[in-house]
Design a binder for this molecule. Structure first.
Ligand code: APR
Length: 308
């Protein structure tokens, strides 16, 4: 069985472990700095195995030695932005966490593929790449799969059609500057630009961009975890099964789309080596402008990080 480590056993991490086990993608190691908590959640998941019909072995630990030999490592460790905390505060705290986590991955699982989930996503993925020194194809982040999943949900609700027939495409940074692309978003192959007026599309695009905040406002404490864990599980599956699926992911760009040495959401083909290929779409002027806006936001984040 492949070995998958999930670092951070909070809402996203624990639900990811559950989804991986229920799909029997491999054995799972769930780690956290909090003592006992990952062990408790792992044991609970083991006790669900007979009921849900999976044979995955799930262990919880506080010791990085247990991640040795991992094929894939998912990073969800971090803290959420709390009231009164600036973006720079969050950047400082989470980048320190990602540095610590990444050093341990490089030490104990040097051959793994890393998928980051911790926010601010594009910057944290950059920190993980620079800390591990891994090849860029082995370090990428979960952003566009979630944003596209949200866009697809809103389109299905609007049209009253099956969400399974929708193929949505959201690129760019994971945040306010994300770039939903209606032209590349289809229902059974038909672009939504042919199915809905522009004003409706704009409303759904805006809702997608605010998708994370909408959930935070409803939950009051905590942020989304069902769709984020489903998104990263899809990515883990594409890697481990070497499917060659094309998904929008937060990938390292080295000239693609005209950007270098940054992470940005772009379509990529996933396989056992991580990112097998970044797909370059022909963007129209307004789409490229939105991507530039996103790239500039990521560059500002990296600059802010370097100044901390
Ligand atoms: N090493 C390991 N685990 C850590 C560390 C660390 N250095 N620092 C914090 N953690 C753990 C916390 O103990 C907590 O259990 O990370 C976990 C984070 O879980 P939650 O607070 O429940 O956050 P969650 O909702 O899972 O979100 C995690 O994913 O979607 C993003 O924005 C979200 O950045 C956030 C991340």
């Amino acid at each position: 069985m492949p070995k998958i480590t999930v670092i951070g056993a909070g809402a996203v991490g624990a639900t990811t472990a559950q989804r991986i086990a229920e799909k029997e993608l491999g054995d799972v190691v769930l780690t956290d700095i909090v003592e006992g908590m990952p062990q408790g959640k792992a044991l609970d998941l083991m006790e669900a195995g007979q009921l849900m019909g999976y044979d995955s072995n799930i262990i919880g630990t506080n010791d990085y030695k247990d991640i040795e030999g991992s094929d894939v490592v998912v990073i969800t460790a971090g803290i959420a932005r709390k009231p009164g905390m600036t973006r720079d505060d969050l950047l400082r705290i989470n980048s320190n966490i990602i540095r610590d986590v990444s050093q341990n991955i490089a030490k104990y699982a040097p051959d793994s593929v890393i998928i980051t989930v911790t926010n601010p996503l594009d910057i944290m993925t950059y920190v993980s790449l620079k800390t591990t020194g891994f090849e860029p194809n082995r370090v990428f982040g979960m952003s566009g799969v979630l944003d596209s999943g949200r866009f697809a949900a809103f389109i299905a609700m609007e049209l009253g059609c099956s969400v399974r027939d929708i193929n949505a495409m959201v690129l760019g940074g994971h945040g306010d500057t994300m770039v939903p692309l209606p032209r590349f978003t289809t229902v059974s192959g038909v672009p939504i630009t042919e199915l809905m007026p522009g004003s409706t599309i704009q409303r759904l695009v805006d809702r997608t961009i605010n998708g994370g905040a909408e959930i935070v406002n409803l939950l009051k404490t905590g942020s989304a975890f069902y769709a984020p864990s489903a998104s990263v599980t899809n990515m883990v599956e594409a890697v481990l099964k070497n499917t060659g699926r094309i998904m929008p992911v937060c990938a390292y760009l080295n000239g693609e789309y005209g950007y270098s040495d940054i992470y940005l959401g772009v379509p990529a083909k996933l396989g056992r080596e991580g990112i097998a290929k970044v797909i370059e779409l022909k963007l129209e002027a307004n789409e490229k402008k939105s991507m530039d806006n996103s790239a500039n936001a990521v560059i500002s984040g990296i600059t802010a990080l370097n100044k901390l």
